[in-house]
Ligand binder design. Structure first.
Ligand SMILES: [Zn+2]
Length: 508
């Protein structure tokens, strides 16, 4: 079954040129953003299908076109399976249950959606009724009311507003991921319920290698322009090819999310305090098929990605490559991106440092420019600018010392720093470098006593994190300046002998 060209021409034409023909006023819009990821996903689909950017601009005519489109789309290949993973099996509005599917037609789906929309419009004012737990504005619809309205032939469903008609709502022994979980179902209005029927058109769908649905990815972002930007790809695919959007074949939701975020062409000013949260979930019928994983992208990470994209994209790509245990070459990169979890992404999401990934110790090379490192340290790690400048100056003095050494000795000293896993080893590196300065006749000391104390103890509560932060910054500075000298002579000299901790005894 396919949508005919004539219909699509009409659809595109109307979606593009009709602007609020029904004269819906801005004071009393049909739809509003609710702040709930699932209803907002449905609203995004409605907006993008209508070629509009603000809910206030949506008119009944737009709803009519969207209902027409969805009711046809949902009967197509691939969409039935998707519906059963988003609404379990017993959604009578979209006729998901296999026994209902047999007799499902576009007319029937269209009729149910229209009835639900009419209910939504009546539901606005009803002072004595409880209000919707999602929009907090309209009166709730009961399962019985819904069943009566859509003339459901299923005797038992829906008794309540549950996960059958709205993802991840549960009653009784079914999992419930929302507040107000209760036996009598959720307090949801017909309008939010209507929007929830458009979630399939506003979702990315990740598949397994065998082509089975692994999970559904709903992206929820603020400001709303960013939200629409992040999901527009789904709707254009549905409009042009009527296919479920398979997230470009990605099997890792986090990787896909980072890919999307890297593609944004925003400036830091435009990004502002933007937030992005993604919900990766299944709401299937079987045991183990009702779960949700929440992926939060902190604002500093969004800012860092935006900055990296604009200022040092190659550097950022090098850093990401380091996030796979085996660094992929260009040919393998796409496969890794789609299929393998990446440590850099996980660390950024978990609030753990990625400083170690700014350098490649095996090649003794930096992966990015100092400015990207600086931005990361200040925006994501929260390191003060003054502290960073201080560490940079110390790094430069170390470089000034080490560059006077013969290549072999230089490599030994740098390895001492690279291998420092305990604080006393890190201290030894400084003491040894200080001694070296004296023996080389460099007049200024490496650091004063105060500076020495500061570099070891002043950066954060957790001393193990703080001095390791300093270690990575210093290594960055050393590799940046001495890479060629360090790599000269190859492996032979590299493997020679143990590191000598002269002047400082190893004490355990
Ligand atoms: Zn509502």
């Amino acid at each position: 079954m396919g949508l005919d060209g004539e219909y699509m021409d009409k659809f595109n034409l109307e979606a593009k040129y009709l602007i609020n023909p029904e004269g819906q006023t801005e004071d009393n819009p049909i739809f509003e953003w609710t702040g709930h990821p699932f209803t907002d996903a449905g609203l995004s689909a409605l907006l993008l299908l209508s070629g509009k950017s603000r809910p206030e601009e949506l008119a009944e005519k737009d709803v009519e076109i969207a209902v027409e489109f969805a009711s046809k789309l949902y009967l197509m290949e691939g969409w039935s399976t998707l519906l059963a993973r988003i609404y379990r099996n017993n959604n009578p509005i979209l006729m998901v249950n296999p026994s209902m599917r047999k007799s499902a037609t576009q007319e029937k789906l269209k009729e149910s959606l229209r009835i639900l929309f009419n209910l939504a419009q009546q539901n606005l004012q009803e002072p004595r009724s409880p209000t919707c737990q999602i929009c907090g504005k309209r009166r709730i619809v009961s399962g019985l009311e819904l069943r009566a309205a859509i003339h459901s032939k299923e005797k038992d469903r829906p008794k309540e507003i549950t996960g059958d008609v709205f993802p991840l709502l549960g009653t009784g022994d079914l999992r419930n991921y929302f507040p107000h979980g209760q036996e009598s179902g959720a307090d949801v209005c017909a309008c939010c319920l209507f929007l929830a029927q458009f979630i399939p058109i506003g979702s990315y769908v990740l598949h397994s290698e065998r082509g089975k649905i692994k999970g559904i990815l709903v992206i929820h972002a603020h400001p709303h322009e960013l939200q629409l930007d992040l999901v527009s790809e789904i709707i254009s695919k549905a409009k042009t090819s009527f296919l479920v959007n398979n997230a470009r074949g990605f099997r890792q939701p986090v990787n896909f999310l980072f890919k999307k975020l890297q593609e944004l062409s925003l400036t830091l000013e435009q990004l502002g305090n933007a937030t992005v949260t993604a919900y990766y979930f299944l709401n299937g019928n079987r045991t183990g098929e009702q779960w949700v994983e929440v992926i939060r992208i902190p604002n500093p990470v969004l800012r860092f990605l935006t900055h990296a994209k604009r200022e040092d994209y190659n550097g950022w790509k090098n850093i990401v490559r380091m996030g796979w245990r085996e660094k992929p070459n260009n040919e393998k990169l796409e496969e890794y991106e789609k299929n393998r979890a990446n440590d850099v992404y996980s660390r950024l999401l978990e609030g753990r440092s990625i400083l170690a990934y700014f350098v490649d110790i095996s090649e003794r090379v930096v992966n990015a420019k100092w400015n990207l490192l600086k931005f990361y340290c200040s925006e994501v790690l929260g390191l003060e600018k003054e502290a960073l400048d201080f560490i940079r100056r110390v790094g430069d003095r170390i470089v000034e010392t080490l560059e006077k050494l013969e290549d072999n000795k230089l490599r030994q000293r740098v390895r001492e720093l690279e291998r420092a896993e305990k604080l006393y080893q890190f201290e030894a590196f400084f003491v040894n470098t200080e001694k070296l300065r004296q023996s080389l006749g460099i007049p200024e000391p490496l650091m004063t006593f105060d500076e020495f104390a500061r570099i070891l103890t002043s950066y954060g509560e957790d001393i193990n994190v703080s001095w390791k932060t300093v270690k990575h910054l210093l290594l960055f500075r050393i590799y940046e300046n001495l890479h060629d000298k360090l790599m000269k002579g190859g492996e032979e000299a590299e493997e020679r002998g143990e590191i000598e901790f002269f002047g400082i005894e190893e004490v355990i």
